[in-house]
Each structure stands twice: as structure tokens, then as C-alpha cells.
Write a protein of this length. Structure first.
Lengths: 239, 331, 313
């Protein structure tokens, strides 16, 4: 596994909610055309890390670079314009809008020609959504919801995409389907940053693995090695 | 358990519906009046509901925006058309055509004023994450300040737009409609429909609904939610201004307290329809208007505000989320 | 010189009465976070209760429209006006009895629903007292309301009433202070800071909120009664929201919500500004500018100093 160009660089990030700091001094690089998965127990700060990268919460210290440009002070909507896609864990679609309007919001900043082009591309990737465009998005099944959330994020052709537990609450068959979709993402130049509870399955499709514990990064390595390491398995992968 | 509740709730609504229907059959002229007045309440409550649903606080200054717009329209009218008293009125209506010229300018002005107040006040409160009640309290301060300013500039006495008396339209079943009331109701419905079109058929409207659903997610998708909020304030201001001016036209009186007094029926309408639900606010406004008018058939008309209050209490007791339910997430 | 002193005493009486309201509002907003914009409701209820139960019924020569007066002021034990504390307690009680069902309906819902309901109640009560003249003489109002402890000559009575107000204020202050520093008060503050923590620690938050609302409303009832016997004339216009609700909010904002000392300080300061600005020259003394000022005070303190000038410890 070769390390390609660094697409996202998080330097010394600390962040939390209000006075409460949840993650401390996290350094992490992710690379073009690769999948990096963050695993760790509940409450270790995985989601907080993604939120601080996307600007939903502001890091109290540290810097974020995307392809060498400092983006620490950009607001969330500006980050999405320069190619950072993000799918939060829950509440990741707009339930009062139709499926098509969800995608339209995904491509909010595009002009109509680009929008059509990207819509076709995304629908090719997720043909299931095609027949449901006019449906209310609140009627979608769990798996379809994740697909919609993912397609919404892809509408802007991101360079980096962060997915927060895309398989949470899905049946095993659908989990595999979603993970396949994620693998297909990296075939373009996309870098994927994944946070997963289904640690084993996620690491199997990943290039790199990172372990968080109590708000700190404790291990960072090639995914295969983490999977094979007995101690890590025992501690974080459920034996 | 859930289903029992549902039947119970439906039953009460069912019963209330039939009571109102029966009473309106007894005195149909009150029912017609109720629809006409209710359409004006509807316009005011759509704006209020829009702000309540999106910015998550009860905007106590909405009524005083309505008052202010009537005074501004009157001031513009008297300034640019000092002779409008002498000019003829429009068709069967009591108002002068000059009023129709100044209304659009007033409405846009109030819209921008709402945007300005967001930049000066509400943006700051959002930035440090103030609680909804704290924001509502600040809007109360704005309401008081605006009323003081109105009274300082235009005095505490009531006034009215220049008008010319006209005959009422006589319809069967003792229904008498002042032509103005009909005009105002039609305009109110047209504006409500336009707003509905904007909210559900345009990209901006969808972005507003997306922001209302989930502001964080809206930002993630690249929507500049701060700008969307400015649009919301502008639209809210325009709706408040239109309904304020129409109410002043229809009731042929402008007073500094009119906006404050109308808050209770407006909020009742918003809650009946479900906060943030524009169709609900429209229905709620009509329902409140009809209920208030029908009540005057049997009780002292000066108790109308008490009837609105009673409706508000009943709704809070039986269906706190509104009859139509609020859209998307419940708070 | 005497007239200035008399004016000052009058000013201090009103400041003291407003302090009682401000302390009551502080229980609602400052300590518990309950948003009550219908202070006028409890102001009115307390005032009318006190006036009706203490005044005599109208006699035949003097035609009045109302039916009944409790004539409680005739009650004295050993020549001491025990009726007055009784009036204060009964006024508080009436407010508490009205506050409890209102709180039960709204407090389980969104926090600003309480504001809407109190707002509606204030307007509704005012309309009732305007229209039902058998109740309290309608728009003509009740007047010649009895004076408590009417011991010295009428011309100097205000000095006595000043003492009465100050003693009542001190009692209300001590009770509020005791209550808010008790474990009960700490739960209220906990609810205000983080309701969910309190729920998860097993506290019946709804119950505490209803109690706090009733307690604050009771204090406001005492304030209303004090007002009645000080002014000795009340009519429905007395309870317009400006002087019966908004100004009290500005008092609490200035003084610092969450802190009873600040509530009293704010009442004296704001009533001072309200009273003495009428001596400003020209348009500056316009009463409507004072409206603007009250509005601005609420906005600016919310924006820049939400804890007031005397923040809670």
C-alpha cells in the first residue's frame, strides 16, 4: 500500500462542546485514493473529530489543511465548496424534502448544467434511487437513507469524503452493499475517511486504520496490520 | 395506548369541528366574516410561523412590525401624495389608489428592516448560542422599543388611511360584506399562495425548508445558512407588513397597540397549524378568525381576545403540536 | 422642601413595590428560566383581590356598579390592623391558585408557550374587569381603598406606608433568599442550567417548575396588593403591559437575573430613571421615549450583559 499525495492533514486538533474538551491533540493525514478508517469505543471522540474537521464545531486548537491549503477558519458551507464532503451519522437527510430535492440541496451551489451532469452520475452509482426521486425521503428504508445521504454528499464531486458510521443500524446484507459502494468511491481520486462501529468489516475494505481511545489517537497503521494484531483485536475489535 | 390517544384526540377535534360548523349554519354571515378576517390573521401567522419554525423562537416583535408598517405606509402616503384625501377611491373600495402605490415600497422597506434587526441583534444571539426564551425576550424588548418609537413619532391616538365611505355588499342569508374586507382577503390569499409557491417550488424555498429541518446538514451541503436566515427575515417582514397594512385597511383604524393585541390570535393560529407549517398557519388563521367571529354571535364582542386565548389554551391542552402537526422534526 | 421629601417618599414607595415584582420575576426567570410576559396578570389579580376584599360593599347613596366588598379593613384585633397581612396572604393565594393550572398546561411543552399563555391571560383578565362591572366597578375602577395602619394624620400617611412597603419588601426578600438558597432553590438553578441532568438525576422537573411558577406568582400577588393600598385607586388601565410587565423585565435585566439583590437594585434604578426623566427638558421628557428606553435596556442587556450589573455569584 503506497502512500499517495496527502489530501487532508489534521494537525494537533483539540475540540469539544462548550467548556468540555473531547478530543485532544490529534494528528492525522489521509491520502488520495485511499480509505482510512477510525475505530474505537463509544464516546472516544470519533464523531467529534469529524465534526471539528467539517467546521460544525470549531476546534479550540490545531490546524486543518486540504491539499496544502490552511482551511481551519473556513465555515462549513465554504468547506463543502472546496471539496470536503461529509455524511453525519444520524439525521443526514432532509426528511421534509423529497428524494430529488435532497439531491438538489446536495448540489445547491451548482448551476443547472453541472447539476444535471452530477445527478446522472450519482444516479448511475445508486440506480435504486432513480425510481424513488419523487418520494418523500422520510419514507425511505434505512439502507436507502444511507444511499441518499451518500449521494447527496457526492453531488458536489468532493475530493475528500468523511462518513460517520454509514452502516449503523443496517442489516448485514445492506452493510456489505454500503461498504462496496465505499470501495468504489476510492477508484476515482477520492479520499475516504470512515468512522465505523463495524470495525472488522470496515478495516477489511480500508487501506489505513486509526484507533481512538479517550479522545486521543492511540494507534495508526496499515489496515491489514491492525486487523492481524492480536492485542488490538482483543481491545477494540471484539476478540 | 398511542392509538387510544389518537382516537381521543381525533374525537375532540371531530366534536369541535361539528360545533363550529353547526354554529356557522345558524349564523352564516358570521362564518363569512370569519373567513375574511381569518385570511388576514392567516397572512400574519404564516410569517410568524416561518420565523418560529426556522429560527426556533417566538418572535414577540412580529405584531409591532405589523403596526410599524401601517404607520410607514400612512407616512409615505401623506408625504408623497398630500392630496390623496381629495382623490377618488378605487372602484367599490374605500381606499385611494395612491395607497396601492406606497404599499409595495413599505413592504420592501419593512422586509429590509427585519434583515437589519437580524444583523444587529439576532445574529449576535445565535452566535453565542442563546436559548430560545432569551431570544424571545430580546424580541420582546424590540417590540416595546418599536411601539415607543411609533408613539413618539406618530402619537398614541388612533389614525386611519384616507378613505371614502362605501356601501356594503348585500348577499343572501344576511351576509353583508364590506368590499374592502373582500379585497384584503383576496390579496391575503394571493400572497399566501405566492409564499407557498416560493417555499415548495423554488430552490430558495427548498433551501429554507432544508435549513429549517437541519441547519448543520444544510451547511454541510454547501448552503450558506446565514444568508438563508436573512431571506427568512425578509420574507417574514414582508408577510408581517402586508398583513399589518391589510388589517389597517380592513378595520379602517391604525393604533399603536394593534400589533401587540394581535399576537395572541396569531400565535394561536401558528400553534393550531403546527409551528413551521405554512399551510397549517393558513388553516389556523382561518380557524381562529371563524371561531372569533362566530363567538361574537352569542357573547359580547369585546370578549373576542378572550376567545382567542381560550382556543390557545384548548389547543395546548389537546394538541400541543397542532392539528396538522409540525413538519419534520418535533421540538 | 417638604414637597420634595414627599415626592421622594412616593418614589421610594413605588420602587419598593416594583422591587417585590422584580424579586417575583426573578424566581421565574432568573432562578428557573420560566418566561412570563404576563406579569400584569398577577399584578392585576393581586391588586383586585386586595381591593375587593378590603373595601366595603357599595352603599345605596353612593351608586356604584359592583356588588360585593369584603370590608376586611374593619377587622382589627386589639386595635392593630391584622387585616393587612391577611390581605397580602390572600392576594398571594389567589395568584398561586391561578398560576398552578396555567403552569400545568404549558410547562410540559415548549418553554415559550408559557409566555404566550401568560400574555393571553393578562389581556383576558383586563377585558373581564372592563366588562364585568359587577365584579369591580368596570372602567370606573375601585377607589378610596382602605389604608392599613392609618394612625397619623392623612397628609403624612405616605411615611407610614413607606415603612409598610419596606417591611413587606424585606420579608419577601428574606423568604425569596431563603427559598433560593435552599436545596429546593439549587434544584431550580440546576433546571435552568441543564434540565436534562436534573431529569436524569431523578428530579421531578415539572413539579419543581410548577412550584417555582406558583411561588413567583404569589410574590407578584403581594406586590399587587401593596400597589393597591398605596395608590388607593385601581382600574383596568392600571394594568397595561408597559408599567405592569415590560418595565419589570427591564428592572430584572439591569439588576441581574438569578440574584435577588440585583432584582431589587434594578427596580430602584429603573424606576428612578423612569420617574426622573420626566423632568428632562423638551421632547426628552416624552413618555414614549421611556418606552424606547425600556425596550433598548432589555435588548442591550440581553446582548452585552445577560447577567446584569450585579451578576449572581
Amino acid at each position: 500500500m503506497t502512500k499517495n499525495i496527502t489530501s487532508l492533514k489534521a494537525k494537533n486538533i483539540s475540540a469539544g462542546y462548550g467548556e468540555q474538551i473531547i478530543i485532544r491533540n490529534i494528528n492525522l493525514d489521509i491520502y488520495e485514493s485511499s480509505i482510512t478508517t477510525i475505530i474505537g469505543p463509544n464516546g472516544c471522540g470519533k464523531s467529534t473529530f469529524l465534526k471539528s474537521i467539517s467546521g460544525i464545531i470549531n476546534p479550540v486548537e490545531g490546524n486543518i489543511e486540504i491539499y496544502g491549503n490552511d482551511v481551519t477558519n473556513l465555515s462549513t458551507f465554504e468547506l463543502s465548496k472546496i471539496g470536503l464532503g461529509y455524511v453525519p451519522q444520524s439525521e443526514n437527510i432532509f426528511p421534509s424534502l423529497s428524494v430529488e430535492d435532497n439531491l438538489k440541496m446536495g448540489g445547491y451551489i451548482l448551476n443547472s448544467i453541472q447539476y444535471k451532469k452530477n445527478l446522472d452520475k450519482v444516479l448511475d452509482m445508486f440506480p435504486d434511487l432513480k425510481s424513488k426521486l419523487q418520494d418523500s425521503s422520510s419514507n425511505l428504508s434505512g439502507g436507502q437513507r444511507q444511499m441518499l445521504a451518500l449521494s447527496r454528499a457526492l453531488m458536489l464531486d468532493p475530493k475528500i469524503i468523511m462518513l460517520d458510521e454509514p452502516t449503523a443500524g443496517l442489516s448485514p446484507i445492506i452493510v456489505d452493499e454500503v461498504l462496496e459502494n465505499i470501495i468504489s468511491l476510492k477508484n476515482s481520486d477520492l479520499s475516504v475517511l470512515l468512522v465505523e462501529q463495524n470495525a472488522k468489516k470496515a478495516l477489511q475494505v480500508s487501506d489505513f486504520g486509526v484507533v481512538f481511545s479517550f479522545g486521543k489517537k492511540v494507534i495508526e497503521d496499515v489496515a491489514d496490520k491492525i486487523l492481524k494484531d492480536k492485542e488490538i483485536s482483543k481491545l477494540y475489535l471484539g476478540g | 395506548m398511542k392509538y387510544i390517544d389518537l382516537i381521543f384526540e381525533n374525537k375532540t377535534i371531530f366534536v369541535l369541528f361539528w360545533i363550529i360548523l353547526l354554529l356557522s349554519l345558524l349564523k352564516p354571515w358570521l362564518f363569512v366574516n370569519g373567513i375574511l378576517i381569518g385570511s388576514l390573521y392567516a397572512l400574519g401567522s404564516i410569517g410568524l410561523s416561518l420565523i418560529y419554525g426556522n429560527l426556533k423562537f417566538a418572535n414577540m416583535a412580529h405584531g409591532d412590525f405589523m403596526t410599524l408598517s401601517s404607520y410607514v405606509a400612512l407616512a409615505l402616503l401623506l408625504f408623497f401624495f398630500p392630496n390623496s384625501d381629495q382623490s377618488g377611491s378605487v372602484g367599490p373600495f374605500t381606499f385611494k389608489y395612491e395607497l396601492l402605490i406606497v404599499i409595495p415600497f413599505t413592504v420592501v422597506f419593512i422586509g429590509f428592516l427585519a434583515v437589519l434587526f437580524d444583523k444587529l441583534i439576532y445574529k449576535k444571539l445565535r452566535d453565542f448560542g442563546a436559548a430560545p426564551a432569551a431570544i424571545a425576550l430580546t424580541s420582546l424588548g424590540l417590540a416595546v422599543g418599536l411601539r415607543g418609537l411609533i408613539q413618539f413619532i406618530w402619537g398614541t391616538d388612533s389614525t386611519r388611511f384616507p378613505r371614502e365611505s362605501k356601501l356594503f355588499w348585500d348577499l343572501p342569508f344576511k351576509i353583508k360584506i364590506p368590499p374592502d374586507m373582500f379585497f384584503c382577503a383576496i390579496v391575503a390569499f394571493i400572497i399566501a399562495l405566492t409564499f407557498y409557491f416560493i417555499l415548495f417550488k423554488t430552490k430558495l424555498g427548498k433551501a429554507i425548508r432544508a435549513t429549517s429541518d437541519n441547519p448543520d446538514l444544510a451547511r454541510i451541503t454547501g448552503i450558506n445558512t446565514e444568508r438563508i436566515i436573512l431571506y427568512i427575515w425578509f420574507i417574514g417582514g414582508v408577510l408581517a407588513a402586508t398583513s399589518g397594512i391589510l388589517i389597517s385597511m380592513q378595520q379602517a383604524i391604525i393604533t399603536p397597540v394593534m400589533g401587540w393585541k394581535i399576537l395572541i390570535p396569531l400565535f394561536a393560529a401558528v400553534i393550531v397549524g403546527g409551528i413551521g407549517n405554512p399551510i397549517g398557519a393558513l388553516m389556523g388563521g382561518l380557524l381562529i378568525g371563524i371561531t372569533g367571529e362566530i363567538a361574537t354571535g352569542w357573547i359580547n364582542p369585546s370578549y373576542k381576545p378572550a376567545v382567542y386565548f381560550l382556543v390557545l389554551l384548548i389547543i395546548l391542552l389537546l394538541r400541543p403540536n397542532g392539528i396538522l402537526g409540525s413538519k419534520g422534526r418535533q421540538f | 422642601m417638604d414637597s420634595i421629601l414627599y415626592f421622594l417618599i412616593g418614589f421610594l414607595i413605588m420602587s419598593g413595590i416594583y422591587s417585590v415584582f422584580s424579586v417575583g420575576l426573578n424566581i421565574h426567570w432568573g432562578h428557573t428560566g420560566l418566561f412570563n410576559i404576563g406579569i400584569a396578570s398577577f399584578f392585576l389579580l393581586g391588586s383586585y383581590t386586595a381591593a375587593i376584599i378590603s373595601s366595603p360593599s357599595p352603599n345605596i347613596e353612593k351608586y356604584e356598579e359592583y356588588l360585593w366588598g369584603g370590608n376586611l379593613s374593619q377587622l382589627s384585633i386589639l386595635g392593630i390592623d391584622f387585616w393587612f397581612p391577611l390581605v397580602l396572604i390572600l392576594s398571594a393565594l389567589v395568584c398561586i391558585l391561578v398560576a398552578i393550572p396555567l403552569a400545568l398546561i404549558t410547562i410540559r411543552l415548549k418553554e415559550d408557550y408559557l409566555a404566550l399563555v401568560t400574555l393571553g391571560l393578562a389581556e383576558t383578565l383586563r377585558i373581564i374587569f372592563v366588562n364585568e362591572s359587577w365584579l369591580a366597578n368596570g372602567t370606573r375602577g375601585l377607589y378610596s381603598i382602605p389604608r392599613p395602619f392609618d394612625l397619623i394624620d392623612r397628609g403624612n400617611y405616605d411615611y407610614i406606608y413607606f415603612v409598610i412597603v419596606m417591611i413587606t419588601l424585606a420579608l419577601v426578600y428574606i423568604i425569596a433568599q431563603r427559598a433560593t438558597n435552599s436545596p429546593w432553590g439549587r434544584v431550580l438553578r440546576g433546571i435552568k442550567d441543564n434540565e436534562n441532568t436534573m431529569i436524569s438525576s431523578g428530579k421531578n422537573v415539572l413539579r419543581f417548575k410548577v412550584e417555582a411558577f406558583a411561588f413567583g406568582a404569589g410574590i407578584m400577588g403581594v406586590g399587587g396588593a401593596l400597589f393597591t393600598h398605596g395608590k388607593r385607586f385601581i382600574d383596568p388601565i392600571t394594568f397595561e403591559p408597559m408599567l405592569a410587565t415590560f418595565i419589570i423585565w427591564s428592572m430584572l435585566m439591569v439588576g441581574g437575573s438569578g440574584n435577588n439583590r440585583g432584582a431589587v437594585f434594578g427596580a430602584f434604578l429603573m424606576w428612578g430613571i423612569w420617574t426622573f426623566t420626566q423632568f428632562l427638558p423638551g421632547f426628552l421628557s416624552d413618555a414614549n421615549l421611556r418606552f424606547v428606553f425600556v425596550g433598548l435596556i432589555i435588548i442591550l442587556f440581553q446582548l452585552y450583559k445577560p447577567n446584569g450589573v450585579i451578576p449572581a455569584k
